[in-house]
Design a protein around this ligand. Structure first.
Ligand code: ADP
Ligand code: MG
Length: 224
């Protein structure tokens, strides 16, 4: 679809242009940038490179999904560790948000595809940060019963229009309002997260928090 091509090329070109622009400016030999300017430029370069990496990751996953369906490489997965690793990766991207994980003791090891589940957590954390423009605490919480484990990712952000809580999992679906317009994206992250969770035999859904912000929860069957 032509909208697909134009969305994707816009999303690819914007970070590349910013990275090139800042790298050009910072490396100019006649310029005498002060430390703050240099730090600020490097921070933009790093952020835009992260954005590009996420986009490429999601594009590859989506086209792979379309070509061959979702094939899982099942292995032992210990979600508390996966969550800690995801937090470590994303905490370096922001100092306005505090990322924390809470898991109960004796959390079960499940059978899952580590690479895909990492991608689910990455997309949920990336959204939680992106759609919480004022910063604040982002919590990954785990729970379990005999049949399944449940993971929730809660943020203090802008939340979701109640009539679109299900549509956000559709491919390329993005909410279009004044608050979301500032954030860039392609609408692939939740589509992929949904596909991965379903392929595991689990469910994913979005809710709004009473105190504001959104919570995304997914379950995975235990099948230890
Ligand atoms: N944590 C969140 N809080 C508020 N809105 C969200 C959140 N996560 C996702 N959304 C909404 O759902 C849409 C789809 O998310 P996603 O598929 O990850 O696409 P993208 O982040 O590329 O826009 C987003 O455009 C945004 O409008
Ligand atoms: Mg996203």
């Amino acid at each position: 679809k032509s909208t697909f091509i134009s969305v994707i090329s816009h999303e690819l070109k914007t970070p590349v242009a910013l990275i090139k622009g800042y790298a050009d400016a910072l490396s100019r030999e006649d310029a005498n940038w002060d430390r703050d300017t240099i730090q600020n430029g490097l921070a933009v370069i790093e952020e835009e490179a992260d954005r590009l990496a996420e986009l490429i990751e999601n594009l590859l996953a989506a086209s792979k999904l379309q070509a061959e369906g979702m094939r899982l490489n099942l292995d032992d997965v210990y979600l508390p560790r996966l969550a800690e690793q995801a937090i470590d990766r994303f905490q370096t991207q922001t100092d306005r948000h505090q990322l924390v994980a809470h898991f109960p003791p004796a959390f079960p090891v499940i059978q899952g595809d580590v690479v895909r589940l990492r991608q689910v957590l990455d997309n949920l954390l990336s959204n939680a940060i992106k759609y919480s423009p004022d910063g604040g605490e982002i919590v990954i919480r785990g729970s379990y019963d005999d049949q399944s484990v449940q993971i929730t990712v809660s943020d203090p952000g802008i939340g979701l229009p109640p009539d679109q809580l299900e549509r956000v999992f559709e491919r390329f679906y993005r909410i279009n309002n004044r608050q979301t317009q500032k954030a860039q994206g392609t609408g692939l992250g939740l589509f992929l997260a949904h596909a991965v969770v379903n392929a595991h035999g689990g469910q994913i859904r979005a809710t709004n928090n009473q105190e504001g912000g959104a919570t995304f929860s997914f379950t995975l069957p235990r099948r230890e």
